[in-house]
Design a protein around this ligand. Structure first.
Ligand code: ADP
Length: 206
């Protein structure tokens, strides 16, 4: 099973993706983490993208597409969670092609719906706590704008494909996690994790 976690910056995609890694043994493919890793390593790619991330703009499609292509590899085990990718229609189409070449496909797109005020208050707190530089107010405004302009068209793309599940992302981390488990169970039939925090989800074993 391959999923996309979809939503605006600071919607909680990374937190929920990490939980799916722990409970289901999936792999998390986060282009944001990959790009920050490239910057931290001082690679040529890192030097190319550093100022783009700093400003909160989108990195060119071909760069993130090739990062994902590399990371996909051949083996996938329990499947992948795409987090922060795709962010444009071109990325979404490439992802469909990359997966099709491997006999895979996106099974479910989980959209976390969070309103703007909530995002702003979360990001203020995160900026104060972690100091991630693109959480500063100006860069965050640019990230939100990029999301609204380039990424929201994907909602219709995946809705038309019948793959979209929309969840209220304003609730607690645990409540959102349970809603995600329920959406996965509804779509994929089986497979709620056996972790004790999933008592309200259907109890089928993977
Ligand atoms: P968030 O979801 O909180 O905005 P990410 O870690 O996903 O954070 O992304 C951080 C930054 O990395 C983005 O603002 C953008 O500059 C760059 N980036 C990440 N993924 C992509 C992508 N798929 N396409 C273009 N740029 C990306």
């Amino acid at each position: 099973m391959d999923f996309i976690l979809f939503g605006p910056p600071a919607a909680g995609k990374g937190t929920q993706a990490r939980r799916l890694v722990e409970t289901r043994g999936m792999i998390q493919l986060s282009t944001g983490d990959m790009l920050r890793g490239a910057i931290a390593s001082g690679s040529e790619l890192g030097r190319r993208v550093a100022s783009i991330l700093e400003a909160g703009e989108l990195v060119p499609d071909e760069i993130v597409i090739s990062l994902i292509e590399e990371a996909l590899g051949e083996a996938h085990g329990a499947g992948a969670i795409f987090d922060g990718f795709p962010r444009t229609l071109a990325q979404a189409r490439s992802l469909d092609e990359m997966l099709a070449r491997r006999g895979r496909r996106i099974d479910l797109v989980i959209r976390l719906v969070v309103d703007r005020d909530k995002l702003l208050s979360r990001i203020e707190r995160r900026f104060a706590e972690s100091g991630r530089s693109d959480d500063n107010p100006a860069a965050f405004a640019t990230r939100l704008e990029a999301y609204l302009r380039s990424t929201t068209p994907l909602i219709d793309y995946y809705r038309a494909a019948g793959k979209l599940a929309e969840l209220d992302g304003m609730r607690s981390i645990e409540e959102v996690a349970q809603a995600i488990d329920a959406a996965i169970a509804a779509r994929c039939g089986a497979a709620s994790p056996s972790a004790p925090d999933s008592l309200t989800a259907p109890s089928a074993k993977r």
